[in-house]
Design a protein around this ligand. Structure first.
Ligand SMILES: Cc1ncc(COP(=O)(O)O)c(C=O)c1O
Length: 383
């Protein structure tokens, strides 16, 4: 059996040809391919506007920056996320207020969100963990009651839907990631979607230095003169990345279907392993299946998660942990004055979670090898 990495991008001849065509076209940076990708993406998920950027981090930062938050603003987010979700709140001049997750989906707990609202709260940033949409109805209701904006971190959630509404069309703004491991990849990249035209206008300009014209429009008839109305950022997508994205977008339904099949196979093969807790899917969602996260039941095992990772590695299986929660990192612990005990569910998950390999190039045999190897190790170390 060849080693099975945690993830591998699914790049085919079509993506390669699209990049070569773009390289030969004479236009490398934001231009016709990016514009086409934005339109195709908006159409694919039913969003009013889609703005291509060079990462999900950039999309989150732009969205929060465009809210023009007051200096003492608080923004509520899940602690079980990648650092970028919390760091961009700080970059936008606000204070992240971390909230614990629910034990089933590991998504932000709406009751905890309601408890943490103060007169300074301005926005909520739910993270659709692993591709399972957060409890959007409850969160939108809380936001409506308190006049808050909702910026969704959908780095994992393409394509996904919640009660028939597609992620990317639910909150005020949604941020997607096209990082190398993501469900759709452009190497590095991201997309911001919104139906708020005022906010979108700010994002369009701020994603490229706060200029009134982007380079493509300047050099293709827009004229050389531009104005800078804001000290903006350098967050635009290249046409090289967009060319990959256009091909990947066409293949997204098939890629998603394969992810769903792999997740279903894992669940079937592991459902009777008493030492494991498998991912749950609430009945009213379409799961993007970016990650397949199992949790160990430590009371049943003579084995830690960390040593399990090492044993799996020896057997040629790559795994990962999503995430070391924000509240456990030294910067946030100090800056926010938070402790492990403040977030019991996420702290427990941090010790027991394991993300199994999940990528579309995996064969059914690969999935079976991972599941059976895991089952054998756990049986051997049963308490
Ligand atoms: C939940 C979450 N948010 C944001 C990001 C940042 O995405 P990007 O690498 O595209 O900036 C990631 C990246 O892995 C993520 O997992």
């Amino acid at each position: 059996m060849n080693p099975i990495p945690f993830s591998r991008p699914h790049i085919g001849e079509e993506e390669i040809a699209a990049v070569v065509e773009t390289l030969r076209s004479g236009w490398l940076t934001t231009g016709p391919k990016t514009h086409e990708f934005q339109q195709a993406f908006a159409q694919a998920i039913g969003a009013v506007q889609a703005i291509a950027v060079n990462s999900c981090t950039a999309a989150l930062h732009l969205a929060l920056d465009a809210l023009e938050l007051p200096r003492d603003a608080e923004v509520i987010t899940s602690t079980l996320t990648f650092t970028a979700t919390a760091a961009t709140i700080i970059h936008a001049g606000a204070r992240p207020v971390l909230v614990d997750v629910t034990p089933d989906t590991l998504n932000i707990d709406p009751r905890e969100v309601a408890r943490k609202i103060t007169h300074r709260t301005r926005a909520i940033v739910p993270v659709h963990f692993a591709g399972h949409p957060a409890a959007m109805d409850e969160l939108l209701e809380i936001a409506r009651q308190h006049g808050l904006r909702v910026i969704e971190d959908a780095a994992h959630a393409l394509p996904a839907s919640h009660r028939g509404r597609v992620v990317g069309t639910i909150g005020d703004v949604t941020a997607f990631s096209f990082y190398a491991t993501k469900n759709l990849t452009t190497g590095e990249g991201g997309m911001l979607t919104t139906a708020d035209s005022e906010l979108a206008d700010r994002v369009w300009s701020r994603r490229l230095h706060g200029m009134s014209w982007d380079a493509w429009r300047r050099y293709s008839g827009g004229g050389w003169r531009y104005d800078v109305s804001y000290p903006g950022f350098k967050y635009n997508m290249t046409d090289i990345a967009a060319a990959i994205g256009l091909v990947q977008l066409q293949r997204l339904p098939a890629l998603h279907q394969r992810r769903r099949e792999i997740a279903t196979l894992y669940s079937a093969l592991l459902s009777d392993v008493p030492e494991l807790r498998l991912p749950t899917t609430r009945p009213d969602v379409e799961h993007a299946w970016h990650l397949y996260v199992v949790r160990l039941r430590p009371q049943r095992l003579r084995l830690t998660r960390d040593s399990l990772i090492e044993i799996l590695k020896e057997k040629g299986i790559g795994t990962s942990v999503h995430f070391i929660p924000v509240h456990l990192h030294s910067y946030f612990r100090k800056a926010l004055g938070v402790t492990e005990e403040d977030f019991p569910v996420a702290s427990m998950a941090a010790e027991t979670m394991l993300s199994l390999p999940l990528f579309t190039l995996m064969s059914d045999d690969d999935v079976a090898y991972v599941a059976n190897t895991l089952r054998r190790i756990l049986r051997h170390r049963r308490r």
